[in-house]
Design a protein around this ligand. Structure first.
Ligand code: PLP
Length: 265
């Protein structure tokens, strides 16, 4: 009875969720966002860039829909997921909110339909087969989609994305898909606490972006940088940073999907 009077009770949080997000997630998210905003501003100032040049894309994977509702109340208007099914489920539960949905993880060709229905952008375009399937689904829906081409700049085998050498030809081929609006490049840096090893990944993507832009002025964006390394990414010209844990707190399970150094246990 008394628990129902607390903010956590009111939001219907389980004990595990209270441990993870606190008694009052909305207040915690607002606090995290204020802190994050200050860090982004400092990183921009240090790089001689305007704060408006960098868009914060909140990565909401593993955060349940009812908790995301509190993040929306704290001011967020965009959520990015790395799995399409998870995005579909949350979007259904949060259909009454004004939210832009993005997909930031590898997408299988047979999962393009739900994405074409509602996503605003895809940060992980990594094959022509996917481009073709997406374009067809988008055509059916009469929708367009902003896409970022994922490049594997760290050379790790486990990662999705094109090799840098494949990029120019791939970009040429994208002209065949009128429903796709290529906005720029995306990468996942090496996963390392040693930022001196991470930084070259961002340098590489910046250089690839500069080269790509010579033929295609529309490719202005660089999606790079996460909670642990976005300051480095901003210094190298990131226009979108994809940040989860600095907003929502630590995820209970590590993301072994991309980083081989991460054990699943
Ligand atoms: C999870 C994820 C992020 C965000 O990582 P955090 O450590 O939570 O900031 C960024 N990009 C992709 C593709 C992700 O899967």
């Amino acid at each position: 009875m008394s628990a129902a009077a607390t903010p956590a009770g009111a939001a219907g949080l389980s004990p595990e969720e209270v441990l993870r997000f606190g008694e009052d997630p909305q207040a915690r998210f607002a606090e995290n966002l204020a802190h994050l905003e200050a860090r982004i501003s400092t990183a921009c100032a240090r790089a001689g860039r305007a704060r408006e040049e960098v868009r914060l894309l909140p990565v909401s994977k593993t955060v349940p829909a009812h908790v995301l509702r509190l993040a929306h109340a704290a001011g967020l208007r965009a959520f990015a997921e790395n799995r399409i099914q998870e995005a579909v489920g949350k979007r259904e539960l949060l259909g009454d909110l004004d939210v832009d949905w993005s997909i930031v993880g590898h997408l299988q060709t047979n999962k393009t339909k739900p994405l074409a229905l509602f996503a605003r952008e895809l940060h992980a375009l990594d094959s022509l087969r996917l481009a073709e399937a997406l374009d067809r689904r988008l055509e059916e829906q009469g929708r367009d989609l902003d896409v970022f081409v994922q490049v594997n700049v760290s050379g790790e085998e486990s990662k999705f994305g094109l090799s840098p050498g494949e990029l120019p030809d791939f970009l040429d081929q994208l002209d065949r898909f009128p429903r796709l609006r290529p906005r720029g490049l995306m990468t996942l840096a090496l996963f390392s606490a040693d930022l001196a090893k991470v930084r070259p990944c961002f340098v590489r993507l910046r250089e690839l972006g500069e080269a790509a832009r010579r033929g295609r002025p529309g490719l202005t964006e660089l999606s790079m940088g996460m909670s642990g390394d976005f300051e480095e990414a901003v210094a190298e010209g990131a226009t979108v940073i994809r940040v989860g844990q600095a907003i929502f707190g630590r995820r209970p399970t590590p993301d072994a999907r991309y980083w081989p150094g991460f054990a699943e246990t």
